[in-house]
Design a protein around this ligand. Sequence first.
Ligand code: UGA
Length: 436
Amino acid sequence: MKIAMVGSGYVGLVSGACFADFGHDVVCIDKDERKIAALHDGVMPIYEPGLDNLVATNVEAGRLSFSTDLAEAIKGAQAIFIAVGTPSRRGDGHADLTFVHQVAREVGENLAGEAVIVTKSTVPVGTGDEVERIIRDTGTPHRFAVVSNPEFLREGAAIGDFKRPDRIVIGAEDEFGQEIMREVYRPLFLNESPILFTSRRTSELIKYAANAFLATKITFINEMADLCEKVGANVQDVSRGIGMDNRIGSKFLHAGPGYGGSCFPKDTLALLKTAEDFDSPTRIVEAVVKVNDSRKRAMGRKVLDALGGADAARGKKAALLGLTFKPNTDDMRDSPSIAIAQTLSDSGVKVAAFDPEGMEVAKPLMPDVAMHEDPYSAIKGADVVVIVTEWNEFRALDLGRVRELANEPVLVDLRNIYSADDVRARGFKYVSVGRL
Ligand code: UGA
């Protein structure tokens, strides 16, 4: 089957490469000529483990190609995916659908045969209806269906998530749409991955409900962590203790500096907006957004406390290890590190940092932070070392070397990746999240 993927960003590229790997004939399209030229040269626009190899293998096998010419590239495609960005609209948090609508129009104007148009971008409820209207208004003579197929990929684990999904959700209003989507996902269907067919609006809402629920779970355990610190309990044991209940589940119960990334912050805001528009408030999600926002700066204050308070901290140096919102990505969007670095700089603390993949993207976002080539050079002369992101290479730091290089042996572990007893036994003052 020929598939066209419009939008060669994170979702489009990963999905396109994986569909090609299933044996489909895929063309990934993007307006950005530089991006497409780089892809022709085998250069990935994002860092995602395994993606470069997957792309190279499928390009070589002749199943994956790239193009800037939408009209030409969608010719003969039975499934045309829309995987363009839906950023938060400035001011009101609504998902900005400009790109989705533009692509819908362009697809409608250039349809050369019957096709299913699939929204993979995260779009608010009702977007599928609008896409259908836009395409119909172009006056295309060809049969088409508009289907919703949200993605549930995690950055850093996207290829595995795509090939072994917990479920595939397909919102289709007619048999034609369902039939083509069954064909698209046949290899996973044969693998017995569950496929859930729903109405289009339901499918659109499932995406937001899933992300809002996960964000809620994280925020819940983060508040429990704060309480643990006050009452002398251990949040990791609380997570285990509640997570062993199958009804709760153990995942997404790691306390930390608050969630970030390109999805949870944007999608929770967009859900609030939809709920407001339909006069059906989602107060739990409202609270989650507020709590998570304030948590990021609170983590900066936690570091100031470890330095002896805001006054004592002035002029001291903090070394931040990890800047990206989570490991195995170079994504800095809404990363807690931004608010933490800002809080520290505002209090006159000098900030040094190291991140294995994110420093290029981070530099313009935190101009006051001195970026270093490796963790130890960032740590040199620091009065506090802060683990912000749990990259594997920070899990086994040479603590002897850290002690020698640092000005003061103080470790603030915002991801709870060290054992308090071990670190304290090495002579450190150790502060973590939700543990004494
Ligand atoms: C998230 C969802 O997990 C995916 O299912 C979804 O497809 C994706 O959004 C999307 O909508 O595109 P992602 O943003 O890549 O994926 O990252 P997650 O692994 O979910 O982490 C999000 C944030 O939550 C990170 O800042 C992470 O550090 C934080 N987190 C996660 C915690 O603080 N504690 C946890 O227990 C889990």
